[in-house]
Design a binder for this molecule. Structure first.
Ligand code: FEO
Ligand code: CA
Ligand code: CA
Ligand code: CA
Length: 601
């Protein structure tokens, strides 16, 4: 019966035990290699990494810091090579610069940090005897996008008043992308990336006195006084007192064309502005693009965008131009979820309601479409730029930090990581509901939903919780109905990906079970549904990001290794990956079966 038998195809490995090793630990019989690490030169002319003599110019040609989302795209013109795109979410100055003084960063340190943010495009080659991947430096497609690269604002709010600044009176050109968290790979061969915690880069919210503008800044988490990195001392656009609209030019989904290193990357206003964790595209049957998006904040919302135009097939320049405009026009929706069990059965502790499941139905509430607003008292432009305020008015469901999202290529069902929400049920905050059923939720949950009629453009969906994470021995956890004595403990799901078998892979950030973060695989259908198995763990202080699961390899981004309170270059908390006495370095890791076979076969 249910709960016995072999693990699902693709997940047949010996699970890694929870641990606190300062290493990437993979299953027995698996090998691993570092694909690329912070500071490795990727552009022509960039020097080798030398942390004691780092410069902004060097960093601008080297792989950036804190790799998060990963995308691997095909490179058909070159045998055994693929195109890797990685985001660089933020910088840990105390681990990058010896003797760093957070009160008084130097101009060079700040400019290095600007160059270490953004994204990297780097060609990688597949080693033939193993599943290893290795970076190909100086390839013509390699590219760095940083905090100062020019972006174009596109879509219905481009050029609107809240996007205009003294440097850009037209409101259409922005320098840089910041806080790039998860993302998505489009069916038309581009990469999307969400600008998430960009509020941290801006100073002096208290100097904005216009009541509406001040309220919007507050809703988006901007704070008074100096910013953490003091960038405002070196570029006035980070000072809200001097340039109040610059902050409105961040918080978008950006799209880059990794096949054209000369292309100007874009920020898509039609997809709304919030703390974008991810942007996961799929197509409707008639070829329109649908993008699912989480706003990663406690009690914030889950969104989708549906394009009005259809993707075209083919490779010509005209087709490419058309597809690159798909995200300029469409409808932006936010999710409202209703449970089907009586509210009094949701006890805040994760006890299953009498019908045996946390489940219900949902509606997609339209916020704006092109120039038309569906929100009282807000213009369409205001809906796009201040999307959180629009969704507040629309009565969207307050979720437990929506992170990454992924539709199953096998079933069409969609999986949303809700990482945690320790404020749920606190005084003055929202209490539990059937989709967010636990108070003081430390471990998070994974929600599964099916669009009605399997139509991703539709207005209704059915949902249930697939996993209620934590220690399987905790009665308030749930693993898709699978016997809990046979699963790996999992906490704080963040990034999600599917393999070709239809297994969901989940990476974690912030494990609250006393062991390090890691990567897990789980079947979503069939008799093995819910049997979570741990595939790897990451070093001290790191989160696991960006999983990509291919037939012969698993790729993860090891983000912020050694990020532990009080740690510094002089007092490191981790010696990964290069060993004691070396700088700790965020890096991309590939893992593969040493016998050259398939993952989890
Ligand atoms: Fe950058 Fe929501 O994790
Ligand atoms: Ca129910
Ligand atoms: Ca994340
Ligand atoms: Ca996270």
């Amino acid at each position: 019966g249910h709960g016995s038998g072999k693990p699902a195809k693709g997940l047949r490995f010996t699970p890694v035990e929870p641990n606190t090793a300062d290493a990437v630990t993979v299953p027995e019989g698996y090998g691993q290699n570092i694909v690329i690490r912070w500071g490795e030169p990727i552009l022509r002319g960039a020097p080798d990494f030398d942390p004691a003599r780092q410069s902004a110019r060097a960093q601008a040609g080297q792989f950036g810091y804190n790799n998060d989302f990963l995308s691997l795209l095909p490179l058909h013109s070159e045998r055994h090579r693929q195109l890797l795109v990685a985001n660089h979410e933020y910088t840990n100055e105390e681990l990058m610069f010896a003797g760093y003084d957070p009160e008084a960063p130097t101009r060079e340190q700040v400019e290095i940090a600007w160059a270490a943010h953004g994204m990297s495009v780097v060609v990688v080659r597949e080693e033939q005897r193993t599943g290893a991947l290795r970076a190909v430096p100086r390839h013509r497609l390699n590219r760095r996008i940083t905090a100062t690269t020019e972006f174009e604002l596109t879509g219905p709010a481009a050029g609107s008043a809240p996007l205009r600044t003294s440097a850009d009176p037209d409101g259409r050109r922005v320098r840089g992308t910041l806080a790039n968290c998860a993302g998505g790979t489009t069916p038309w061969g581009t990469v999307l990336s969400g600008e998430e915690n960009y509020n941290q880069y801006f100073a002096n919210a208290q100097q904005v006195t216009d009541a509406r503008a001040a309220a919007a800044l507050k809703r988006y988490g901007f704070t008074d006084g100096a910013s953490e990195r003091r960038w405002e001392r070196f570029d006035a656009r980070f000072d809200l007192g001097k340039e109040p609209n610059e902050a409105n030019r961040f918080g978008w989904v950006v799209e880059i064309d990794p096949y054209d290193p000369e292309s100007t990357p874009r920020k898509h206003t039609a997809l709304g502005r919030f703390k974008h964790e991810a942007a996961q595209p799929r197509l409707t049957r008639d070829g329109r693009a649908v993008v699912y998006m989480g706003d990663d904040e406690r009690f914030d919302y889950f969104y989708k965008f549906v394009s009005s135009k259809r993707m075209r097939r083919g490779t010509g320049a005209e087709v490419r131009r058309h597809n690159l405009s798909l995200l300029d026009e469409g409808t932006l929706y936010v999710a409202r979820l209703s449970g089907n069990s009586p509210a009094e059965e949701i006890d805040g502790e994760g006890t299953l309601p009498e019908d045996g499941e946390f489940d219900g139905t949902g509606r997609w509430i339209p916020l704006a479409s092109g120039d038309r607003s569906f929100v009282d008292g807000m213009s369409a432009e205001e809906v796009y730029v201040f999307t959180r305020l629009a969704a507040d008015k629309a009565g969207a469901t307050k979720m437990d930090r929506p992170e990454d999202v992924e539709p199953s290529p096998r079933t069409g069902r969609v999986y949303v990581a809700l990482t945690n929400n320790t404020d749920r049920g606190k005084d003055g905050k929202a209490g539990p509901d059937e989709a967010n059923p636990r108070n003081a939720n430390k471990h998070g949950q994974v929600l599964e939903f099916a669009e009605r009629g399997d139509d991703p453009a539709g207005r209704r969906f059915d949902w249930r919780l697939f996993l209620v994470c934590g220690d399987p021995e905790d009665p308030g956890t749930y693993f898709g109905g699978f016997p809990k004595d046979q699963v790996s403990p999992i906490s704080c799901p963040d990034n999600v990906a599917f393999d070709d078998y239809g297994n969901l892979w989940i990476s974690t950030d912030g494990n609250e079970l006393g062991s390090h973060d890691g990567l897990f695989g789980v079947a979503t259908a069939g008799p093995q549904r819910g049997r979570v198995r741990q595939f790897l763990t990451v070093p001290r202080g790191a989160e696991t990001c960006g999983p990509v699961v291919q037939e012969r390899r698993v790729l993860v981004a090891v983000q912020h290794p050694g990020e532990v309170d009080g740690a510094s270059v002089e007092k490191p908390a981790s010696s990964w990956p290069d060993g004691p006495g070396r700088y700790v370095r965020p890096a991309v890791v590939a893992a593969w079966p040493e016998d050259g076979g398939r993952i989890g076969r």
